[in-house]
Write a protein that binds this ligand. Structure first.
Ligand code: HEM
Length: 456
């Protein structure tokens, strides 16, 4: 089919070769850079077994994509391959009115007592992970970050399910780890193979976790038990006809948060740690701004301009998701190309955030570039900085993830000194996200005891 679209779509490798497809799955960032060098700002990516994707990174085009109200560009159709991981009825898979309705229902309330509860859980769970770091041997940091982010999600989003926290964290951790196999995203490779394939193991692990989830949903519906958590809010939510959300839809939304949360925030944290450890001056300034006595104070951590700039710069230089995409529901003119209905378009987060006309020395890690440049919530989603996507599809968990990243990083660097144990640090794909290779191998050279909580 690819040859038929020649002339209609922007240039790019004309045929989807299996070797190119393999390289894309393994090394998307060098491949994006290489395609940009060969074909210019706009190019077409052809992968075996998938429709062609037209890739943009020009801020004008990105702005146009994010301004769309969902009637011309459909993200749900683009995200279809994730249904196996997140469920058919997840918000990510929907478009149009269903999407708008779900989003309204799902936007997490993020203020007051709820924030304080989140902060407490984030700091406690960071301490727990730090206490578990091996003392002298080198270790991979990412699994510790995954444990923190998964437990935070279980406690704050599933709330009362915390009574089965250990069981659920173990089950969900298994689902996330088995779910990283690329073969799950390619329908032709979803084979059972006598229960031994990644697909079979993923389905078995998901079924196991679902049993725990459904049992709790049922118990809470019957008892009327509610807490200060998202599951409680969703249990009580009613649609326009006054109907509650069916259990399987509820399950898909919880599973989406379980997947979309830790699977992105843990790599983002691991990536940020790499930059901080590699730049002593960045770390020294962080410690000067957040001395140990301030690292138990969520408000001070959240407001630290330097930590905020570090988080923004880490997500700019090494975004955890390489691109966001939409499928055209009707013909549209984008970046000088008249594109037909049914074509997939993508905005490359990676390329857009490294444009030299916007960022001086774009490949340098330099948080100072963000000092004094507004609040992150205002900046993220703009056409030059969109690690959380944008427009009507911008990440629902953005504020939560940014807050969590700050709490974990503040606590980590208040209590420890880390060294990189394996160089050079390369970046590897983990399912749809990018994470430092080998989960970032580090060594602990200092660890302080937990700080005493205020008033203790
Ligand atoms: C650093 C962490 C995170 C990053 C980098 C990230 C990134 C993204 C991106 C790029 C999108 C697609 C946006 C688009 O298509 O324009 C997205 C969507 C989404 N994210 Fe996140 N995310 C993160 C954390 C989270 C967390 C913690 C949650 C939930 C607890 C979450 C839930 C979602 C959901 C539900 C969507 C779908 C929104 C929609 O389709 O309307 N994410 N995220």
């Amino acid at each position: 089919m690819a040859w038929r679209d020649r002339g209609v779509l922007p240039p790019g490798l004309p045929f989807p070769s299996p070797a190119f497809t393999f390289l894309w799955w393994k090394f998307p960032y060098p491949l994006l850079e290489d395609s940009q060098r060969r074909y210019g700002d706009t190019f077409t990516l052809r992968l075996a077994g998938l429709p062609p994707v037209v890739m943009f990174s020009n801020p004008e085009v990105v702005r146009q994509v994010f301004l769309d109200d969902g009637t011309t560009m459909e993200a749900g159709r683009f995200n279809r391959s994730l249904a196996v991981l997140l469920g058919e009825r997840s918000v990510l898979m929907t478009d149009g009115r269903t999407h708008a309705r779900k989003r309204k229902l799902l936007m997490p309330p993020f203020h007051g007592a709820r924030m304080q509860a989140y902060a407490r859980a984030m700091l406690d769970l960071s301490d727990r992970a730090i206490d578990a770091f091996p003392r002298s041997a080198a270790f991979s940091l990412h699994p510790f970050m995954q444990e923190v982010t998964l437990r935070v999600i279980v406690r704050t989003i599933f709330g009362a399910l915390a009574r089965v926290e250990d069981k659920l964290v173990a089950q969900l951790g298994e689902v996330l780890d088995v779910g990283t196999s690329i073969s799950l995203l390619i329908p032709a490779l979803r084979r059972n193979l006598w229960g031994r394939s990644p697909y079979a193991r993923f389905m078995a692990a998901s079924r196991e976790a679902d049993r725990t989830l459904f049992a709790d949903i049922r118990a809470r519906r019957e008892s009327g038990e509610r807490g200060d958590d998202v599951l409680s809010l969703l249990l009580d939510a009613r649609d326009e006809d006054g109907e509650p959300m069916p259990d399987d839809e509820l399950r898909d939304e919880l599973v989406t948060r379980r997947g979309a949360g830790p699977e992105t925030t843990a790599p983002a944290l691991t990536g940020a740690v790499r930059w901080i450890v590699e730049r002593p001056a960045v770390l020294a300034r962080l410690r000067a701004e957040l001395p140990p006595d301030k690292c138990g104070d969520p408000a001070a951590i959240e407001k630290s301009p330097w930590l905020d700039a570090i988080v923004r710069e880490a997500l700019r230089l090494q975004p955890v998701i390489p691109l966001v995409g939409r499928v055209l529901a009707r013909p549209v003119s984008l970046g000088g190309w008249d594109l037909p209905e049914g074509v997939a378009v993508a905005c490359s987060i990676y390329l857009a955030q490294r444009r030299p006309e916007i960022y001086t020395d774009p490949t340098e890690f330099d948080p100072a570039r963000f000092l004094g440049r507004g609040k992150p919530s205002a900046a993220f989603g703009a056409s030059e900085l969109f690690p959380f996507g944008g427009g009507i599809r911008r990440c629902i968990g953005m504020a939560f993830a940014l807050y969590e990243m700050k709490m974990v990083l503040a606590r980590l660097f208040a209590r420890t000194d880390l060294e990189i144990a394996h160089r050079p640090v390369k970046v590897a794909r983990r399912s749809i996200t990018m994470v430092p290779k080998h989960g970032l191998r580090v060594r602990l050279s200092r660890r302080e005891p937990r700080p005493t909580p205020p008033g203790a």
